[in-house]
Design a protein around this ligand. Structure first.
Ligand SMILES: Nc1ncnc2c1ncn2[C@@H]1O[C@H](COP(=O)(O)OP(=O)(O)OP(=O)(O)O)[C@@H](O)[C@H]1O
Length: 911
């Protein structure tokens, strides 16, 4: 039985509680049993056969609650306000600590316990030794006044590491780099900063920052700040209007007696944390929500949040709001005082993370060595949640991931009598991964190993077994896990289709995942994959996958499993459309199976999945498709041997060994998707990620050729780039965090090619794209890149790119709002006086450009006049190159004279 603050309060306030609540004992019993906090047996025990009075029944109830522990006592305090509202009685003061300081001390203790450091998902993690005493690895953040939004239509996994690119060189315009301690100090300062918005991709550590902040504050007795912390996941459960006062007193019942005092004259001391805006399912209408400044007035929870963020409710408090990037734009920029981004772990912090979170220093070093030599992996490891997934996968080591390496003698004999597909097993499992580089590592490989390691090593009663015995037994364990994995897959897939990330007990039941069943190892597994959402605002249990990428992986596992088994993964997944009766559904499936055959059906399903993701331009299916592509590789599936049905010679009749690429039909499906011009650039890059996961054999050669192009090396005879697919280059560039300059002069790059590079164009400081047929359409693409809020382009070199007057017009319009480009080179573009006029308009408002080069552009004296006129209003331009244009002698003279009048401006012209 867990004793905590609520149990203590039940014990200590026994007399007051009996006095005040005996007359409500029947309602309390009803609500507590509905909430599952007490059992039927408890209820009859409390009633005592019907002959007891209210006070005795109340005493019995308190005894039962105390014996049931902290959760039951907490439930008791939560149902109290409901009884109170229903009966209309005034709340009896149950406080035993009338003094504000004592209440705040108690509050600190409660929050401190709730926000204590948690070990990552592994419930069987060993007790931390002295090396692991540090529960958090420091994380890198950036901080700046104001607001920043990210590229839309991009899966957040694709944005991983992008923020670091900008900061590697300097932090100009991107905010200053800081660490947790600085953020902690500014958030706990009195008075505070108003609204601080903390943005970061999934798993980047926002909630961990919140936990650490609250935990450290709880032990700082002299802190003047009073922290109140709520998560949007909890707020989602408030379907009925409520007042802020009601909400807080329900959430923090121990603060109830002093809430009015806190909300009265202590507002500048309050820090309200609202965690996970992206999960909030109610609309936030900042324009039309009625203003409300009364904390006692009931309103829908969306209106409450709007009024809090606008400062109508509790004016003067500080707020820390956390969100994934895609939801940041829900908040109007003018309300945000400080914008922080979680950049994640730097390589040094990753190394430190592995040192502290692997079972030994040596294991940590090996994992780091491996990660640091695999760029795609290292890029993903900027995100702490990936570090955990990667270290679990790598450390536990699944030999299925790689080819066998020469095994130690003693292990060789062991491996020989394992299943035929099991590879040799060396003495140290991690060594398999660390030493072998036979197979390219994909993200799917990592997730397969992660899942296998949890299933095989983390089950109840497995710790005594040797790792080798367990690995030998893995196919059996995986086969036995099929039902539970299928259930998780159904849940994950359905959630993905409906964009749902929180599931209730009914969802779990429908997926056959009832947690009540007495299957211990299955329970343990579920606990590691599905986290219970310990909401304190209602008593309903909710669950979410430990990380969204794990949900996406399990959805893909389910999808591929069903497709390989000849079933339709989409069956029953269209809740809003007409559903066939199950018998008819089965009949149709078996008929199409006969007509199409297993191979035809599989083709049909994967095609549908790819098309489906293509239609979801939001990108939320990107990672799912990557995993499906990875799992189409028979060798990758081998890591989860025992789980997938054996497809025999379905797609690999000619191959005696397990194929290490996806079947040809699948690869050609991806290639034809890549050719499609209707796909948006981000989706096209994702198709390349899919090709990478599917182990397309030509991809690595083509990437090598792209590297030669980037290095401006003469194309080798054996170059595999007969036809350039610019999406592949965009893919390659996404994996290259160190690139600062994109130099693609004279590469035949046209507007369509440039469009495919769009996701990466804004990331570079120098874009050198001269001598390419870009034309005005290309200028329009560049314009989109320059409009991206995260744009870093400083030097835009588009010499001889066929821009013409129209292209210059498009670029000039965009540059009016751009603050990053300082150097614009557009010689030999035939821009004429019309183009010069557009640039002149630009110069009247732009304060960033320092250098413009316009050699050989058919500009006459008229164009020169327009430019000089505009330059009288511009004080930032330092160089204007006008060689080889069509000026008269008079025109040249005027330009030189004008230049002399400007000390900071040099105009170059042929004399
Ligand atoms: N500073 C840290 N030190 C060690 N581990 C960390 C740190 N930050 C995050 N982690 C690990 O990453 C996991 C995910 O972190 P967290 O839940 O804080 O991310 P998040 O940004 O809130 O994600 P989401 O947007 O999905 O809610 C944690 O469970 C923990 O294992």
């Amino acid at each position: 039985m867990a004793v905590g603050p609520f149990s203590e309060q039940v014990r200590e306030s026994r007399v007051e509680l009996v006095d005040a609540w005996s007359k409500h004992v029947t309602s309390l019993l009803d609500l507590l049993s509905q909430a599952g906090a007490i059992t039927e047996e408890d209820v009859s025990l409390v009633r005592g056969g019907g002959c007891l009075g209210d006070r005795d029944r109340m005493r019995n109830l308190l005894d039962v609650l105390y014996s049931r522990g902290e959760d039951a006592c907490c439930a008791f305090f939560k149902v109290m306000p409901r009884v109170q509202t229903a009966s209309g009685t005034k709340n009896p003061n149950i406080s035993i600590q009338p003094n504000l300081q004592e209440h705040l001390q108690r509050h600190r203790e409660v929050l401190g316990k709730e926000h204590g450091p948690k070990h990552s998902g592994n419930i069987k993690a060993k007790a931390p030794d002295s090396r692991q005493a540090k529960p958090y690895t420091d994380i890198t953040l950036s901080k700046r006044p104001g607001y920043e939004v990210h590229l839309q239509h991009q899966h957040e996994a694709a944005m991983v590491g992008e923020s670091f690119r900008g900061h590697a060189q300097e932090s100009k315009g991107q905010g200053e780099i800081c660490v947790f301690r600085e953020m902690y100090q500014s958030l706990l300062a009195v008075p505070g900063d108003g609204l601080t918005l903390l943005s970061g991709v999934a798993g980047s550590g926002k909630t961990t920052v919140v936990r650490r902040l609250v935990h450290e504050w709880s032990s700082q007795k002299d802190s003047k700040k009073i922290i109140l912390s709520l998560s949007f996941r909890e707020l989602n459960l408030l379907t009925e209007p409520d007042s802020l006062q009601g909400l807080l007193s329900m959430h923090y019942s121990h603060l109830k007696p002093v809430l009015t005092e806190i909300m009265g004259d202590k507002l500048e001391r309050v820090l309200l944390i609202l965690d996970g805006l992206d999960e909030f399912c109610f609309p936030l209408d900042f324009k039309r929500t009625p203003k409300c400044s009364d904390p006692e007035r009931a309103m829908p929870v969306g209106a409450m949040v709007v009024n809090l963020l606008k400062g109508n409710l509790l004016p003067g408090i500080s707020i820390l709001l956390t969100s994934r990037p895609h939801a940041v734009s829900k908040v109007p920029p003018e309300l945000v005082n400080v914008f922080c981004s979680v950049l994640g772990f730097t390589p040094a912090q990753q190394q430190e993370y592995f040192r502290h979170n692997c079972s030994s220093v040596q294991a940590g070093a090996q994992v780091w060595d491996y990660v640091s030599t695999h760029k795609p992996l290292q890029l993903m490891c900027h995100v702490p949640a990936f570090c955990w997934i990667v270290s679990t996968a790598l450390y536990n080591g699944s030999p299925g991931l790689t080819q066998p390496v020469p095994a130690a003698d003693n292990s060789k004999s062991v491996s020989e009598d394992v299943t035929p597909s099991a590879p040799c097993i060396p003495t140290d499992p991690s060594a398999v991964l660390i030493t072998s580089s036979v197979k390219t590592l994909t993200i799917t490989d990592i997730y397969c190993c992660f899942l296998k390691s949890i299933l095989v090593f983390h089950g109840e009663g497995r710790e005594e077994d040797s790792r080798w015995r367990l690995l030998q037994d893995a196919p059996r364990i995986l086969q036995e896990s099929r039902p539970v994995l299928r259930g998780l897959g159904v849940l994950a897939f359905q959630g993905l289709v409906e964009r749902r990330f929180l599931f209730d007990c009914a969802d779990l039941d429908r997926a056959g995942l009832s947690l009540d069943r007495a299957d211990v190892s299955r329970g343990v597994f579920l606990v590691e994959i599905l986290k219970e959402d310990s909401t304190s605002l209602t008593l309903e249990k909710n669950f979410y996958f430990i990380h969204t990428s794990v949900q996406e992986f399990l959805a893909a596992t389910y999808f591929v499993y069903e497709s390989l088994s000849g079933s339709d993964p989409f069956a029953g997944q269209q809740p809003h459309t007409f559903k066939l009766p199950p018998a008819l559904q089965r009949l149709m499936t078996s008929t199409s199976k006969k007509l199409l055959g297993a191979k035809g059906l599989l083709k049909r399903h994967v095609k549908k999945a790819l098309l489906w993701s293509e239609q979801k331009q939001s990108g939320h299916m990107d990672l799912f498709c990557r995993f499906v592509s990875g799992l189409m590789v028979p060798r990758t599936r081998l890591t989860l041997d025992g789980l997938f049905p054996r497809t025999g010679s379905l797609f690999c009749s000619s191959s005696p060994s397990t194929p290490s690429t996806a079947p040809p039909f699948y690869l050609s499906l991806l290639h034809s998707q890549l050719q499609s011009c209707s796909l948006c650039p981000e989706r096209q890059v994702n198709v390349c990620h899919c090709l990478y996961e599917a182990q397309d054999s030509g991809l690595s050669q083509r990437l090598q050729s792209w590297l030669q192009v980037l290095a401006q090396m003469p194309r080798s005879e054996h170059s595999s780039l007969e036809k350039k697919d610019w999406s592949e280059l965009a893919f390659l560039l996404q994996l290259s965090p160190d690139l600062d300059t994109l130099k693609l002069d004279a590469q035949g790059l046209d507007a369509e090619g440039l469009r495919r590079l769009l996701p990466v164009l804004p990331l570079f400081r120098t874009l050198s794209l001269g001598q390419n047929p870009l034309g005005p359409e290309g200028a329009a693409v560049l314009s989109k890149a320059l409009k991206t809020p995260a744009c870093r382009v400083e030097r835009l070199w588009v010499v001889k790119t066929g821009l013409g007057c129209e292209g210059v017009r498009i670029l000039s319009d965009t540059l009016k709002d751009n603050r990053t480009v300082v150097d614009l080179r557009m010689a030999i573009n035939d821009i004429s006086d019309g183009g010069a006029g557009h640039l002149a308009d630009l110069l009247k408002t732009n304060c960033a450009l320092k250098d413009i080069r316009l050699r050989d552009n058919q500009i006459t004296d008229k164009g020169a006049e327009l430019l000089m006129d505009a330059l009288t209003e511009n004080s930032t331009l330092q160089y204007l190159w006008l060689f080889d244009n069509k000026f008269t002698k008079d025109g040249v003279k005027k330009l030189i004279e004008f230049s002399k009048t400007r000390t900071n401006l040099e105009i170059k012209v042929c004399v």
